[in-house]
Structure formats: structure tokens, C-alpha cells
Design a protein around this ligand. Sequence first.
Ligand code: NAX
Length: 327
Amino acid sequence: SKKPVRVAVTGAAGQIGYALLFRIASGEMLGKDQPVILQLLEIPDEKAQKALKGVMMELEDCAFPLLAGMEAHSDPMTAFKDTDYALLVGSRPRGPGMERAELLSINGAIFTAQGKALDKVASRNVKVLVVGNPANTNAYIAMKSAPGLPRENFTAMLRLDHNRALSQVAAKTGVKVGDIEKLTVWGNHSPTMYADYRFATANGKAIKDMINDQEWNANVFLPTVGKRGAAIIEARGLSSAASAANAAIDHMRDWALGSSGKWVTMGVPSNGEYGIPKDTMFGFPVTTENGKYTIVKDLPIDAFSQERINKTLQELKDEQAGVAHLV
Ligand code: NAX
């Protein structure tokens, strides 16, 4: 049987953690033949550590055959030791009345420390996914704080936006969600993201022709996908958790095991593709194979798309400028 791999998860006692850990331990992320050791990080706070112990008791009680070990940590330097995968979920999302500068500085501290710890102690091949918001900029900070690791090992989660867009397009066209290919989301994980079905097909037919309604695209589809997180908070009283965990599983599974030629969306550091400045952590269409992703290149960008891409890029530039002193 395979040698266990180490999977670090931060914010492990939070909502997303609760929807994520059981699926990782059951083999849904890395395969039903891949044993995992969970290295769980929470803040040192007594309540958080106690809640983490409770989650670990439940994990034990599942008796998952693939769960080869489990550790609780309060320090990233031990939590990330030799880790092969790191899912950085814990962060400080923007609270009511919180100033942007405050948000950036709190998360700046978290993600510089975690980037440095990954740099020092993680596997040199570690695959890092940042879920905690602001996800793209947090991933950028972690990457910049880990100069000893390849920059392409750092990614941000745009997959929830991608999956939300897939469902909306399926509902609009009546095609099965699993039949839709070549959809992507450009940019920042925020309401400025640009979900793009111009290249999408289902069973060989163009989705754009099936919809053929630019008014719906601009005024219904994009706002619905962009504001979906807020709509869920409004309905549930809590932010998306199971769907976010599901997207994290999808992202890591495709990165590790390959997308079989299909496009998926990942937030990855730009190499200059589509005029996005180098190192900007940007949602791109990618294909994945043998543990590597490749950005889909040379797609035509029309005026509407360029305007949307410029807007989400500008937001990322502003966020990056806000953390420039940290990286
Ligand atoms: P919760 O508040 O339920 O859980 C977060 C957990 O992280 C808490 O238990 C907290 O103690 C822990 N934590 C905070 N700072 C930490 C640190 N420095 N090290 C380790 N643990 C730390 O939030 P939850 O609903 O689980 O959401 C987690 C993050 O995901 C939030 O930042 C949220 O905004 C973000 N999201 C990102 C999404 C995406 O698509 N990229 C979508 C869903 C979600 O909103």
C-alpha cells in the first residue's frame, strides 16, 4: 500500500474545517488508496484548541482506514513539518466595521508567519492552497514569505466561484452540470471575479450560443456568481462552508491527480499571461497533469472581458499595494 502523505489544515476547528477534514480522511481528496496524516493547526486560544480536540475525537470515531495519523498544533512551525499539502483555511475575514487596512495587517501577520514556516519546514514539493480571505492576497503574501519554495507551489481558491458559475450556467441552459467544459473564472476571489463562459461547451455545443443573451451575462449571471457568498450569509446566517470545503477538495484533487485534459480554475501566480503582472495571484483557466498545472494560453479577450479583467486586476493591485511593506 502507499506511504502516507502529510496534509496540514489551518483553521481546523472552524466551519470549513468541519466540512473538509472528514472528506480528506475518507480519501475524497487524494484518492481511496492514499493514506493521510492530518496535521491540524488552530490558534493557541484554549477554546479553539479544545474545539479542535473535539473534531479529532469525531475523526477517530469514523475509524477511517486511510487516516494514518493525526496531530493538533498551535504553531505553524510544527504543524507544517514535512507537509506535502497545506490547506490554509484559517484567517481573519472582514468583520462589520473593520477597516481594510486592519484586515490586511491582521492577515499580513498570519500569512507572513505561515509562509515563513512553510519555507523552513515543509516538503520542498508542498502544494499550498489558500482558502482564507482575502484568499488571493493571502496566498501572495505566503508565497513572497517563502523564497526557498517554488512560487508555483502557492495557489488561491477560485474553485468555489468556478463551481457556482457552472451551476448557474447549467440551470440557465438545462444542460447537465457535469457536461460543461471550458468554463473559467478570471481574477480575484471577490465580487469582481469574472466568470467567463465564452469558450464553454456541453456535448460539443457552444454554451454562448445556447444562452445568446449578453444582458443576462452582464446583469444577472455575473452579479449572481459574484454576490453568491453574501446571498448565502443572508440566507443561512453563516458563510458558505460545505461548498467551500467541496471546492477545496476539487482544487487539491485536480492538482494532485490531474484534470484529464479538462479546464479548471485555480488562483496561481502569473508569469505574465494575458498581461497580468508577474506574481499576481490571479484566477486563470488551467489544466493539470502529474502534479503540475499549466495556464491555458492565448485565448482571445474581447472588449467586455478585458474591461472585467482590468477591474478585478485593479482590485488585486490595490490589495497588493496594501501589503507591500510585508513582502
Ligand atoms: P471560521 O471562523 O468558522 O473558522 C476559522 C478558524 O480559523 C477558526 O477556528 C479560527 O480560530 C482559525 N484561525 C484563525 N486564525 C488562525 C491562524 N492564524 N492559524 C490557525 N487557525 C486560525 O471560518 P470559516 O467559515 O471556516 O472560513 C474560513 C475562511 O475561509 C474565512 O477567511 C472565509 O472568509 C474564507 N472563505 C473563503 C472562500 C473562498 O472561496 N476562497 C469561500 C468560503 C469562505 O468564506
